[in-house]
Ligand binder design. Structure first.
Ligand code: IDP
Ligand code: MG
Length: 152
C-alpha cells in the first residue's frame, strides 16, 4: 500500500464542542501518524479554494458561513492508504446514515455540522495540504510503532 498524506480538519463545530482530542485519538489509534498540526480561522478566500468543487451549489453559502464561523484544527496525517483510511474512519458525509463507530456516526447528527473534513483523493490531498501548510510546517518522521501498525 502506497504511503500517502491527507488533510484532516476538525471543523468549527468539533472545536466548539471540544472534540479535537477525540478526533486525534481515533486517527492515532487507527495507526496513522501526524506530520502537521495547527489551529486557524479559515477566511473566505481559503474557504473558496478549499471548497472549490462546491461553488455554486445550494448549500455553498451556508458551508462557507459555517467553516469561517470559528477556528478549525488542520492536520496532515501520513500512512499507507491514508486518504481512504481517514475517509472510512470519518464515516459518510451525512451523519444521519454514517455507521456507528465512525467519527460522524458517533459524534454528529447533521450534514451541515459533521465535525470533520478529510481529503477525498490523493490528488486533492496534495492540493489541500498545500492550502493549509507551508513546506516548513510539515515534519517527516519515522513512527516507532510502524513495525506494529503498518508492518514495518
Ligand atoms: P465530505 O465532507 O464527506 O467530503 P462533500 O460532498 O465534499 O462531503 O461536502 C463538503 C461538506 O459540505 C460536507 O462535509 C457537508 O458539511 C457539506 N454538505 C455537503 N452536502 C450538503 C448538503 O446537501 N447540505 C448541506 N451541507 C452539505
Ligand atoms: Mg469532500
Amino acid at each position: 500500500m502506497t504511503v500517502e498524506r491527507t488533510l484532516v480538519l476538525v471543523k468549527p463545530d468539533g472545536v466548539q464542542r471540544g472534540l479535537v482530542g477525540d478526533v486525534i485519538a481515533r486517527l492515532e489509534r487507527r495507526g496513522l501518524h501526524l506530520v502537521g498540526l495547527k489551529l486557524l480561522r479559515i477566511d473566505e478566500a481559503l474557504a473558496a479554494r478549499h471548497y472549490a468543487e462546491h461553488v455554486g451549489k445550494p448549500f455553498y453559502p451556508g458551508l462557507v458561513r459555517f467553516i469561517t464561523s470559528a477556528p478549525v484544527v488542520a492536520m496532515a496525517w501520513e500512512g499507507p492508504g491514508a486518504v481512504a483510511l481517514v475517509r472510512s474512519t470519518m464515516g459518510t458525509t451525512n451523519p444521519a446514515t454514517s455507521a456507528p463507530g465512525t467519527i460522524r456516526g458517533d459524534l454528529a447528527v447533521s450534514i451541515g455540522t459533521n465535525v470533520v473534513h478529510g481529503s477525498d483523493s490523493p490528488e486533492r490531498a496534495a492540493v489541500e495540504i498545500d492550502l493549509f501548510f507551508g513546506a516548513d510546517e510539515l515534519v517527516a518522521w519515522e513512527s516507532a510503532l510502524a513495525e506494529w501498525t503498518v508492518g514495518g
